[in-house]
Design a protein around this ligand. Structure first.
Ligand SMILES: [Zn+2]
Ligand SMILES: [Zn+2]
Length: 315
């Protein structure tokens, strides 16, 4: 088993996909992030970014995948019907997310592929699927014995991936944030969340000392407060400004902040401005773009710093 721990961004846009000349730099696919922890693949959300990821994964022999939904809004599920591994009998998918009952995630995915809305049902996708809605207190463990959900803190082996959940109410309908820990390093995925006045203390606690914090930063300050011509105030929509994201990263003492869930109306230069706004508060900030990859477990020669593959800044 290798000790890789990387995160790669396949879809970074919020709300709806935005192809076109003005979004090529950051990309127009909706939310999808791939994490590789010791050769195990964890996929965060299934926006349209999961479609090109699926084409890559389909080439593999071993296809056990863990898919975690932050919540079940369209921009986080709309790529799943086009996810090639879901159609492959050799694929084994563990699919988890929030929900009022254990069946909620399954019901939503079934509904998204009902005969009125899509030609192929969830049941007719040939992969093996284990689908569960989890409670906030549950913990996901992936080690040599496979993927399992446990109710109390495990004492995992050295090679286990451990994933904890933070349930936030700072988004309509609620949202799950995930903390993925492997070999003593952590990535926190906190999309679709809005900063409270005085900051979200529970989220700051959850993200404490994370090596990488991926945080919603959909809006500029002007936009959020209704000062941008042609745009209503978005306060209460359940999304953050780059400033809010920077404040959480600074308070949590995260290693690096990645701005995520860019507003679909923002062209590349607007997203670059978001990055500058976050850097004013938290210098090690960047705006996620499709193809961006961060290596959390660089080789010993590079220990102490990030080896960033395909990473460029957009100042
Ligand atoms: Zn969203
Ligand atoms: Zn949402």
């Amino acid at each position: 088993m290798n000790k890789d721990f990387t995160v790669k961004f396949w879809g970074v846009r919020g709300s709806y996909p935005t192809p076109g000349a003005s979004t090529v730099q950051y990309g127009g696919n909706t939310a999808c992030v791939e994490i590789n922890a010791g050769g195990r693949t964890i996929i965060l959300d299934a926006g349209t970014g999961i479609i090109p990821l699926g084409r890559e994964l389909a080439k593999r022999h071993d296809l056990e995948l863990l898919i975690l939904f932050s919540h079940l809004h369209h921009d986080h599920t709309q790529g799943f019907p086009f996810f090639v591994p879901a159609y492959m009998p050799k694929a084994s998918l563990h699919i988890y997310g929030p929900g009022g009952t254990a069946e909620t995630v399954k019901h939503v995915l079934e509904h998204n592929q009902s005969s009125d809305t899509f030609p192929i049902s969830l049941r007719d996708m040939a992969s093996n699927k284990e689908i569960q809605s989890l409670r906030e207190s549950q913990i996901i463990v992936w080690d040599e014995d496979g993927v399992r959900v446990v109710d109390s803190a495990p004492s995992p082996g050295d090679d286990a991936v451990v994933i904890r959940i933070h349930k936030s109410h700072a988004h309509p309908g609620g949202v799950y944030h995930y903390r993925i820990t492997y070999q003593g390093k952590s990535i926190v995925y906190a999309t679709d969340t809005e900063g409270y006045v005085g900051m979200d203390r529970k989220l700051i606690q959850f993200a404490r000392d994370a090596d990488v914090l991926i945080h919603d930063a959909q809006y500029s300050e002007d936009h959020y407060y209704g000062c941008l011509a042609g745009f209503p105030s978005t306060q209460g929509y359940g999304h953050s400004t780059a400033t809010m994201a920077g404040q959480v990263a600074a308070s949590a003492e995260a290693g690096k902040l990645v701005l995520f869930h860019h507003d679909p109306s923002y062209a590349d230069d607007w997203v670059a401005a978001q990055e500058r706004a976050a850097k004013n508060i938290f210098p090690d900030s960047c705006a996620a773009f499709e193809g961006m990859e961060i290596d959390l477990a660089p080789s010993p020669a590079r220990r102490g710093g990030y080896k960033e593959v395909q990473y460029v800044t957009h100042d």
